[in-house]
Design a protein around this ligand. Structure first.
Ligand SMILES: C[S@@+](CC[C@H](N)C(=O)[O-])C[C@H]1O[C@@H](n2cnc3c(N)ncnc32)[C@H](O)[C@@H]1O
Length: 283
């Protein structure tokens, strides 16, 4: 087991459940860069003062609310549940037997659907900076690594498919993360990123904002066991509202070297970004 993961297990934040051996052991010292940094949104100073504090804030809020995440997501996730995640993975042409890296694995909601598709012949590695979130992952045979999208603890060309569910808005630098996704994918490999995007239509924006700003934190306050959970879901909306537009995400993917860069949208808000690393086809 890699040292970062061993440390998390040792301090009791991640269970030492059976995991497959993981060949992904190279940890870049610094973030990948591909030109100017592209933060997904301007600083949200109601929550933190600067980038360093943003890191601490995110780590704390995900760690502290991890035990509530799946329950709240089930009640409030506006359809971004198991069924939708599975459909999006199939649309992105994830295939049985694939070797997958799930970035921002969290409690494993997207990873669970990945496992159903790749089957026993596949392999799944999850990366996340929050030991609290990864401590909730209950998926046999998944290797968990502590790390961030901008500096993945994985060797070059080590997977067929990179997935990332609802973590894009929490990254520090989209350009660095996309360069990393490109680096770790084999030629012919595919990327899928799921994200909630601010709707373009004013009435849809109004409805979603009212739901996310009023209903979600109120329900979270009742259903949640952790004090910080309703703050997490308030923050969730603020990052959606402040996020760079889809065109900027698509342009950054092309800039990172991806081809066949596409965005498929459901209900005007569920974005599925897909991209392909040129080279020999795997499908
Ligand atoms: C909203 S949860 C999503 C979990 C899961 N992928 C899903 O589909 O529900 C976002 C996750 O992104 C993680 N995260 C935050 N910053 C990250 C970064 N820089 N790189 C990778 N993951 C990050 C958080 O710790 C959290 O577990």
């Amino acid at each position: 087991m890699p040292a970062a993961m061993l440390a998390a297990v040792a301090d009791g934040t991640v269970p030492a459940a059976p995991k497959i051996a993981c060949p992904m052991t190279q940890a870049p010292e610094t973030d990948s860069t591909n030109g100017d940094p592209l933060p997904p949104h301007a600083p949200l100073t109601a929550y933190y003062a600067d980038e360093q504090e943003r890191h601490r804030f995110l780590r704390r809020i995900f760690d502290e609310t991890a035990s509530d995440y799946d329950r709240i997501e089930k009640v409030l996730a506006l359809g971004s549940g198991a069924w939708y995640r599975g459909r999006a993975l199939r649309r992105a042409r994830l295939k049985p037997g694939a070797e997958v890296l799930d970035v921002g694995i969290g409690t494993g909601l997207l990873a669970r659907q990945v496992l159903k598709i790749i089957g026993p012949g596949g392999r799944l590695v999850g990366v996340d900076p929050s030991p609290g979130m990864m401590g909730q992952v209950q998926l046999p045979g998944v290797a968990l690594l502590s790390g961030r999208a901008e500096a993945l603890p994985c060797p070059d060309a080590s997977c067929d498919f990179v997935s990332m569910g609802y973590a894009l808005r929490h990254l520090a630098d989209l350009s660095a993360a996309f360069a990393e996704f490109h680096r770790v994918l084999r030629p012919g490999g595919r990327l899928l990123m799921l994200e909630i995007t601010r709707p373009a239509r004013p009435w849809a924006l109004f409805a979603l904002k009212a739901y996310m700003r009023a209903v979600v934190p109120a329900v979270a306050a009742v259903v949640a066991r952790q004090r910080k959970t309703s703050e997490l879901w308030r923050y969730y909306w603020d990052t959606i509202e402040a996020c760079v537009p889809p065109e900027a995400v698509l342009a950054a993917l092309r800039e990172a070297g991806f081809r066949r860069v596409r965005r498929y949208v459901e209900l005007g808000t569920f974005s599925e970004y897909t991209a392909f690393k040129p080279g020999a086809s795997i499908t």
